[in-house]
Each structure stands twice: as C-alpha cells, then as structure tokens.
Design a binder for this molecule. Structure first.
Ligand code: F0G
Length: 458
C-alpha cells in the first residue's frame, strides 16, 4: 500500500469552534495582531507549537489512573526512572515540570560568569538560562544549517572545526559543557547525524568536557538517522537511541515533545556528585526528587509516551505527514526551509514577502494573514522573536532569518486538517503581493514576542 494512514483511531474528540473571517478580523484586532494574545477557542487549527499539545493514548490515560501520588518514594517515579534509564542509559534521572526547569538547574550548577557553552543552536529558553548565569551561549551549526534552501540531510549538525577552534580559543576551563539540540528546533527542526554526535562526543572526551544533549525530539531525530544514515538503515529506533545517548554524559528533556505528554521534563546525568547538587536545587523550586514539579500521574504518562514516541509506525506517519504539508505548499511555490523538518514546516517569509522589509516584520504579517484566511495559528520566528530595538538609536536589530513556523501537534490533527492548512497557505500565497507590514507599538524588555502589540503599517 502506498497510502500511509494515521496509526491510531480516535476514542475521544474535542470540538473545534468554527468562525468567520469577519469574526477573525475582530479577534485579531483585539489581540493587537499578536497571536499569543488571542483565546485558543478563536483558533481553528492551532500550529503554534508541538509542545504539550499532543493527544495522549488510551495507555497513557490508563497510566494516569494508576498514578501514585505519594509525596516521597512514589511507585510512578520508579517506573519513570527505570524507563528513562533503559531508554537513555543515564544513571541519575531528575524530574522537572518542563524542559526549561531542567535547563535552569543544569546551568545553575555547572556555569559561572564568563563561561561559554557551545551548541549546534541553543533553543531560546536554553540560551536565556545560560545568559542569566552570565555565560555565553554559542551557536556552531554547520553553514548549510543557515541556508533555507540547502538540502543537506543533517542540517542540524555542529561544525566540528568551529567547535575545536572555540575550545582552543576560549580554553577548556571556561567551557563547563558542550550541548547539542536534537532535532535542531531553532534551525528548522533539522536532524543531527549520529556521525556528528559521535564526533562531538570524541572531542568532548578528549578535552574532558561534559557533553549534554537537549533531547526534546530525540525519537524524531533517531528516525531521520535511520532514513538518512546508511549505517543505520536496518537498525531499530531503540538501538539508534541507545547509540545517541551512549555518546553523552547527560541530557535535558521537555517531555511535552517526544514524551507525548501535556506537561513534564527531566534532567539526566551520569555524574553522581553533580546529580546531588542538582537534586538539592530541585527541592528549592520544583519539589522532592521523586516528583520534581509533577504529579505521579504525569510521571506515568511520560514513561508510557516516551516508548510510544519510538514506535516506528508512529514515527513514519509523523515524519511523512509533516513532509506532506511541506511538499504540497512547496510545489505551489511557497518558499520553505528545505528539507521539511520533523515537527514543523518553516515558511521563509523574507523570500515570500520581499515587499515587506524585515523591520516591518514579514513573518508576523504572514501569520496574521494566515489567521484571517482560515483561523490557523502559527508563530513568527524572526525579528519579532529574536530581534530587539537598539535603545540609543531606536533602530531594529534584525534576526538572521524571517521564518513562520507551522508546528504539528502529535497525533492531534488528521489528513483533512492538514489539507485545509495546505489550501489556506496556497490561497494566501496567491495574494502575497497585497500583504503589507506591521509596526510594533508596544514591547516588553525581555521575550517581547509573547506580549508585543502591532498595528498595520499602511
Ligand atoms: N529545548 C528545545 C529544543 C525546545 O524546543 C524547547 C521548547 C525547550 C528546550 C524548552 O522546553 O517548553 O518544556 O520548557 N520548545 C517549545 C516550542 C516551547 O514551541 O518549540 P519547555
């Protein structure tokens, strides 16, 4: 059979409230042209993020009922810990309420002022948690990773020569750890090859620098390795995952991605001394080490979700349905980051709307237009998110790319939902010349994209 189907059937449904263009115009205006500021019930298809938005399986719901809510020594924690130890092979497993809490604890314990943390590309919360320690988050993705049109199979790879020169220039004493994000979310959801992970690990071991993986989308990354790295074409996902984590000394994880849970995360390390310090800090803000910031039932859902995320039928459907969206809009002429990533499609708004200069936010203009067209919510990943206004000159400091991310929640939308998304993007593409830019009228000092206000600039 050529047709790939969703490898699940639907047991429980959540109605979508339909709305009209006139209603959407009023919603958008009230939200100040910022899609974070509208109510979710005014959205028809929500592609804002794939984080915590997936559908849980009947097994996960059964696990939720089994959750042991004991404050200390919960059986659910033991299942959680054992599952993660089996999948990832790390000695110490520390639950947290989500990925960024794991990051905060990791960097609080390991970093000091002036340190440098190399990565392929740090995700924004990772970067913020490094910078708050006074350390520098350094992105060393290969040059193909910054070229939206390059079809390199592993555009998330780290540039090994630049890693070595960074270590040599900065000095080992100032590099408390090396990180790699799989898949590379900020770089278009692009995978990292096992060859690259092994090389990073070799260098980390040579210089005796701990190596941590930001593991959010580890299963999707493993599936890309199976598809694109010849050595692993006959390997199981479990085997590839073991090989990935064997290279590292620890990881941070947001279970809201490849844990297919609605909340949760964890931090792992093989270093017992470090783990003790991390647990001491955990108790201050997250909770006792057998629950972190989570309920026992969440720990159950994550333990089950992590295994389900490695199911090959699921991964095939997941990667192919994302690719389907990318290919359909790309065939119609819409410029996207190539090749399609694992969890999302990224439209190159700069290429699609050349009439809108970056300081008038082409990505933001495009997400507003898509919302008006069909009620789809997507997110700008460009100057609104990563740029800033120079306080002295009032000029915009621009982001390197102006992208729009369409993130696909796991097991949530069907083929016809995706066809609806395809049709609306193509409709907007056909009238792309009529789209105009925006002017920012309010911005917060930090993470301005969440709360900024805009008006139409015409
Ligand atoms: N690392 C990566 C690569 C991520 O994509 C995220 C979250 C985090 C860390 C932080 O995890 O949200 O559980 O605290 N990414 C979400 C997104 C928010 O929409 O891409 P968290």
């Amino acid at each position: 059979m050529k047709t790939i189907i969703e490898p699940f059937r639907i047991k429980s449904v959540e109605p979508i409230k339909m709305n009209t263009r006139i209603e959407r115009e009023s919603v958008l205006k009230k939200a100040h042209h910022n899609l974070f500021l509208m109510n979710a019930c005014d959205v028809i298809i929500d592609l804002l993020t794939d984080s915590g938005t997936g559908a849980m399986s009947s097994e996960q719901w059964a696990g939720i009922m089994r959750g042991d809510e004991s404050y200390a020594g919960s059986i659910s924690f033991q299942r959680f810990e054992k599952t993660i130890q089996n999948i990832m092979g790390f000695k110490n497993v520390i639950p947290t309420h989500q990925g960024r809490a794991a990051e905060r604890i990791l960097f609080s314990v390991m970093c000091k002022n002036g340190d440098v943390i190399p990565s392929n590309t740090h995700f924004d919360t990772t970067r913020a948690n490094i910078e708050i320690q006074g350390a520098i988050a350094k992105d060393l993705v290969i040059k193909e990773g910054l070229d939206p049109q390059s079809k390199h199979p592993f555009k998330g790879n780290m540039d090994i020569d630049r890693l070595i020169s960074t270590i040599e220039n900065v000095g080992v004493d100032k590099i408390p750890l090396i990180m790699v994000t799989i898949t590379n979310n900020s770089g278009g959801g692009q995978p990292v090859s096992l060859e690259n992970i092994r090389e990073i690990s070799k260098i980390a071991r040579k210089y005796k620098i701990p190596f941590y993986i930001d593991a959010c989308r580890f299963a999707e990354n493993a599936y890309f390795i199976k598809l694109r790295e010849d050595e692993f074409k006959n390997s199981s996902i479990e085997f590839i995952v073991t090989e990935i984590f064997k290279c590292a000394d620890g990881c941070t994880m947001s279970a809201k991605k490849d844990g297919i849970a609605n909340i949760g995360g964890f931090l792992c390390t093989n270093d017992n001394e470090m783990a003790q310090k991390q647990k001491d800090l955990l108790i201050l803000s997250e909770g006792f080490p057998t629950y972190g910031g989570l309920a026992g039932r969440d720990l159950e859902a994550i333990a089950i979700g992590l295994r389900e995320a490695m199911d090959e039928n699921y991964l095939e459907y997941r990667i192919i349905s994302t690719q389907y969206l990318g290919e359909k809009i790309s065939e119609a002429g819409v410029p996207i980051v190539q090749p399609p990533g694992g969890h999302a499609i990224y439209i190159d708004a700069k290429a699609m709307l050349p009439q809108i200069p970056p300081h008038e936010y082409p990505g933001q203009a495009l997400i507003c237009e898509l919302y008006l067209e069909s009620g789809i919510r997507s997110v700008e990943i460009g100057t609104v998110m990563f740029g800033s206004t120079d306080k002295e000159t009032g000029k915009e400091i621009l982001a390197p790319m102006e992208l729009v991310r369409l993130a696909i929640p796991r097991r949530t939308y069907t083929q016809s939902h995706i066809d609806y998304v395809v049709e609306s993007i193509i409709n907007v593409y056909h009238r792309k010349n009529e789209i105009t830019g925006l002017k920012m009228t309010y911005q917060a000092e930090h993470l301005r994209h969440f709360t900024a206000h805009f008006i139409e600039n015409n």
